[in-house]
Design a protein around this ligand. Structure first.
Ligand code: C2E
Ligand code: MG
Ligand code: MG
Ligand code: MG
Length: 290
């Protein structure tokens, strides 16, 4: 549908927009072949326990290495993949690759760690997620309790009864569910209460607003983050913060009871091999262990 719209309004485009839509068309045709040409890679970013700074989980993030365009951000190609109807194929590859990597770390004798995989809202509606997840687990031999799915609030706003049923069957398998970028969507609190989920991830924009440019706590920013952490705990969910870049932010989050933190302060996303050196130690630079 989106594609037809683009084609019909094509003549109306200005020269500048023509250049952009040309780029988009180029990207579209190459995205169609990216999977078979093996142009996707996964990188991994740790999540740590905010008390002891130790790895509590890992998030898989997809990267597209285009032969001419270079590295294309998921922010740019995921929405395109959704519009083109290829997100589910990419999503299944991501899921299988992430599970295989996690099982590989285990087989190396590293302490078992949970792997989180992002599932797009479009992928969630167009595929039988429990079936795809079961297949990935079966093919890779990863025990279900080591898999976590990160969903956005958009998913929760779809047909509630169906979503609840899908989430229930995933959790019955032992898979964990967290809500990504929490606070940026429009999910209602009454829906949230009905959702069988395990954790809320405070969006990085809120983490960024805790302090002003002079490292002073901002009243509103700090209040919003504390409120989300308390909301999670009142609903018996874990609270996790993404986009943590400074020791002050990490300390603030710890003091408010945020269970886990993730961000450039602790580690950038790295290759599966480079992640090995991050196991088994305190990754918080100013981490307090009392
Ligand atoms: P997300 O799931 O909320 O992932 C967090 C994004 O923030 C990642 O960007 C990560 O690299 C970045 N990030 C992590 N720590 C910091 C920090 O301290 N500061 C800043 N400024 N950024 C930080 P990335 O990898 O470009 O991914 C962007 C988004 O693309 C993800 O947001 C997720 O929504 C989507 N995405 C990534 N991989 C996948 C995937 O395999 N499947 C699907 N459906 N979506 C994906
Ligand atoms: Mg995520
Ligand atoms: Mg996130
Ligand atoms: Mg985010």
């Amino acid at each position: 549908r989106a594609k037809d719209l683009g084609r019909n309004s094509y003549q109306l485009y200005t020269a500048a927009m023509n250049a952009r839509s040309f780029e988009r068309l180029t990207m579209e045709s190459s995205l169609r072949h990216a999977l078979t040409r093996e142009e996707f890679r996964l990188v991994y970013q740790v999540k740590v326990d905010s008390e002891d700074g130790r790895m509590s989980g890992v998030e898989a993030l997809v990267r597209w290495h285009h032969p001419e365009m270079g590295l294309v951000s998921p922010v740019d190609f995921i929405p395109l993949a959704e519009a083109m109807g290829v997100i589910s194929d990419i999503g299944e590859w991501v899921l299988r690759t992430a599970c295989r990597q996690c099982k590989h770390w285990m087989d190396l004798g590293l302490p078992p760690v949970r792997i989180a995989v992002n599932v797009s809202a479009q992928q969630f509606v167009e595929t039988d997620v429990p079936e795809v997840v079961a297949r990935a687990l079966r093919e890779t031999g990863l025990p279900p309790q080591y898999l976590e799915l990160e969903l956005t609030e958009t998913v929760l706003m779809q047909r509630v009864d169906e979503v609840v049923a899908v989430l229930k069957s995933l959790r019955a398998m032992g898979v964990r569910i967290s809500i990504d970028d929490f606070g940026t969507g429009y999910s209602s609190l009454s829906y949230l209460k009905r959702m069988p989920i395990d954790a809320l991830k405070v969006d990085r924009s809120f983490v960024n607003d805790i302090f002003d440019g002079q490292s002073k706590v901002t009243e509103d920013g700090a209040e919003i983050v504390s409120t989300i952490i308390n909301l999670a705990h009142n609903l018996k969910l874990k609270a996790i913060a993404e986009g943590v870049e400074t020791p002050e932010q990490a300390e603030f989050l710890r003091s408010k009871g945020c269970d886990e933190v993730q961000g450039y302060l602790i580690s950038r996303p790295v290759s599966g091999e480079d992640l090995i050196s991050l196991f088994d130690r305190n990754l918080l630079p100013q981490g307090k262990v009392d």
